[in-house]
Ligand binder design. Structure first.
Ligand SMILES: [Zn+2]
Length: 155
């Protein structure tokens, strides 16, 4: 399965959960709708009501809400650990033994931050990290949320 398919499956599942956790809502009549058409005015131009949060068209806002509440954003410290794994040996500067990552952090913090960002970008390209509403999340966290929340459709 290629990365795009993997991602669309993930977002399809999130969309399904968003539908399961929300209700159709007719804004004109200000009532939640049973089925597809509003029982009062007959319109099928329904918004989605997420109990306790509000009413809005579409499911993107629901997905953002659910993920931000149930998954933790990526903590950048993991990138530092990965960089340390790449440079495990201490180096000698003059007569002092230093840890290369500690040294770079102090000597060139901008370069260090660029390396962290590049590492995160690489994981985004590999789809290990997924951005939702401007925040980075581990794919595995989102996947876990999906496994815990996706109900099988009742046929
Ligand atoms: Zn209505």
């Amino acid at each position: 399965m290629n990365i795009e398919n993997e991602n669309s499956e993930l977002f399809n599942n999130l969309e399904t959960i968003a539908y399961q956790k929300s209700k159709p809502f007719c804004y004109t009549c200000y009532i939640s709708v049973k089925g597809i058409h509003c029982q009062k005015c007959g319109s099928n131009d329904n918004m989605r009501l997420l109990e306790g949060y509000g009413v809005e068209y579409g499911t993107d806002w629901i997905i953002e809400q659910l993920i931000s509440e149930n998954c933790s954003p990526v903590d950048e410290d993991f990138a530092e650990e990965s960089l340390r794994d790449c440079y495990p040996e201490t180096v000698k500067v003059g007569w002092v033994e230093v840890d290369p990552i500690d040294a770079i952090k102090r000597l060139d913090p901008i370069s260090f931050q660029i390396a962290v960002n590049e590492h995160i970008d690489m994981l985004k390209e590999d789809n290990e990290i997924i951005e939702i509403a401007g925040e980075d999340y581990w794919r595995s966290d989102i996947q876990k949320y999906i496994c815990d929340n996706l109900k099988e459709e009742v046929v």
